[in-house]
Design a protein around this ligand. Structure first.
Ligand SMILES: NC(=O)c1ccc[n+]([C@@H]2O[C@H](COP(=O)([O-])OP(=O)(O)OC[C@H]3O[C@@H](n4cnc5c(N)ncnc54)[C@H](O)[C@@H]3O)[C@@H](O)[C@H]2O)c1
Length: 344
C-alpha cells in the first residue's frame, strides 16, 4: 500500500515509518517538522515526505494514497492547555478536513491516533472498555473525542476510519519525548538519582511501548475491513495497566542507585483509567494477529541504556525533548508565529 503517514517526524512516527516500510508499504510522510531536530542518537532516515502544516494541505497531498495513518497533532495535555484554540484548530478541524480530502480522493482506510485519555476521569479499578463513557478532562483529550465523532459520521462503504486509542507511550525513539511518564521518570532518575513523582502516585496510567503501537497500526492497516471498519480499539496490554507509583518502582529497579520520591505536591490526578485491551487482540485474530511485546520494566531498562549511550543532558531533558519547551522556545525566538506556523 501507499501509506500517507502524518506526524512522521514525531516520537511515534519516527518509530512507525520503518515498521511500515519493513512490512512492504510505500510510506510518504507529512509533517510540519516542529520537532524534527529533537533527536537523541543517530539522525533517523525519514521516508520521503511533505513538509507542510496540516491546516494547509490540499487534495494533492492525498492523491494516489491507499491509506492514511494520522498521527500529526499537538500531542499532549500541556500543549492543549497552552493553546486550547490551536489544539482544536490542528487536532480537530484540520484532522477532519484531512479525512474529508482523503475520502474524496478514494482513500479506503484511515487510522486515527486517538488516546486512552478520552476516558479521562473514569476512576475506580474496573477495566474500561471501548464502549465506556468518554470523560475527557483536557482540551487535548476533548479534541480527540471530537475527531472520533466526526470521522464516524464520514464512514461509509468505501471509507473506513479506525480509532486507535493508544495508552501512554514509552520507550526509545530517535526523536525522543521526555514529557511522557516513563521516559520522564527514567531521565530524571539518571540525572538526579531520584525517581520524582509529583502526584500522589495513585492514578492508573496504562502504558504501551512505541514499537508496539507501530506494530498495532501495521496490523490494523491490513486487517480485514469488517474487523476494523468504524471501530474504536484500545491499544496496549493489561500487563502494563500500572499506577504511577508502580511505574516509579520499576524505574528505580532499572536505574541502580535511584530512589523513589513521591512528593504528592500536585495532589491526586483526575486522569485515572485502567483499560481493557482485549478487543484489538480479538479483532486481529482473523488477520495478522497482535499482542504487545514490551513490559514497563523492559522499557525502563532500554531507555536507561539509550540515555546513557547517547548522553542525555539536563538541557536535552528539560528543553529539547519536552514538547511544550520546544514550542515556547521557537515562539520566543520568532521562528514560529502565534499560530505555530513557521515564519518564512
Ligand atoms: N505519545 C503518546 O503517549 C501518545 C499516546 C496516545 C496518543 N498519542 C497520539 O499519537 C500521535 C503522535 O504522538 P507523538 O508522541 O508522536 O507526538 P509528537 O509531538 O512527537 O509528534 C507529533 C508530530 O505532529 C507534527 N505536527 C504537529 N502539529 C502539526 C501541524 N499543524 N501540521 C503538521 N504537523 C504537525 C509535529 O511536528 C510532530 O512531528 C498524536 O496524535 C498523539 O496525540 C500519543
Amino acid at each position: 500500500m501507499r501509506v500517507l503517514l502524518t506526524g512522521h517526524q514525531g516520537y511515534l512516527g519516527t518509530v512507525m515509518a520503518p515498521v511500515l516500510a519493513a512490512a512492504g508499504h510505500e510510506v510518504v510522510g507529512l509533517d510540519a517538522g516542529l520537532f524534527a531536530d529533537c533527536v537523541l542518537g543517530l539522525p533517523p532516515a525519514d521516508p520521503a515526505g511533505h513538509r507542510v502544516d496540516l491546516r494547509d494541505i490540499t487534495a494533492e497531498h492525498v492523491a494516489g494514497v491507499d491509506a492514511v495513518i494520522h498521527l500529526a497533532a499537538l500531542s499532549n495535555d500541556p500543549l492543549g492547555a497552552l493553546a486550547p484554540d490551536l489544539t482544536y484548530d490542528i487536532n480537530h478541524h484540520a484532522s477532519v478536513r484531512l479525512a474529508r480530502l482523503a475520502r474524496d480522493a478514494g482513500v479506503r482506510r484511515f487510522l486515527y491516533a486517538s488516546t486512552c485519555s478520552v476516558y479521562g476521569a473514569a476512576g475506580g479499578d474496573d477495566l474500561v472498555g471501548e464502549d465506556a463513557p468518554l470523560r475527557p478532562v483536557t482540551p487535548y483529550a476533548e479534541s480527540k473525542v471530537r475527531v472520533e465523532d466526526d470521522l464516524h459520521a464520514l464512514a461509509d462503504g468505501d471509507f473506513s476510519p479506525v480509532f486507535m486509542r493508544n495508552a501512554t507511550a514509552f520507550g526509545y525513539s530517535p526523536r525522543l519525548r521526555a514529557d511522557i511518564v516513563l521516559n520522564n521518570l527514567v531521565g530524571h532518575a539518571l540525572l538526579s538519582g531520584e525517581v520524582l513523582v509529583l502526584s500522589d502516585g495513585t492514578p492508573w496510567r496504562p502504558l504501551v511501548h512505541a514499537a508496539d503501537i507501530a506494530r498495532a497500526f501495521a496490523a490494523a492497516l491490513v486487517a480485514p475491513r469488517e474487523a476494523v471498519h468504524d471501530r474504536a480499539f484500545n491499544i496496549g496490554s493489561e500487563t502494563n495497566n500500572v499506577t504511577v507509583a508502580e511505574i516509579a518502582e520499576q524505574v528505580a529497579e532499572a536505574v541502580s542507585g535511584a530512589r523513589v520520591v513521591i512528593t504528592g505536591e500536585n495532589g491526586a490526578d483526575p486522569r485515572s483509567y485502567r483499560v481493557d485491551f482485549a478487543r484489538f487482540r480479538t479483532a486481529m485474530v482473523e488477520g495478522p494477529g497482535f499482542d504487545c511485546e514490551w513490559t514497563v520494566k523492559q522499557g525502563a531498562l532500554e531507555l536507561a541504556d539509550a540515555y546513557r549511550e547517547h548522553g542525555l543532558t539536563r538541557e536535552g531533558f528539560e528543553r529539547r525533548f519536552t514538547r511544550l519547551a520546544v514550542l515556547r522556545a521557537a515562539s520566543e525566538a520568532g521562528t514560529v508565529d502565534e499560530t505555530l506556523r513557521w515564519r518564512r
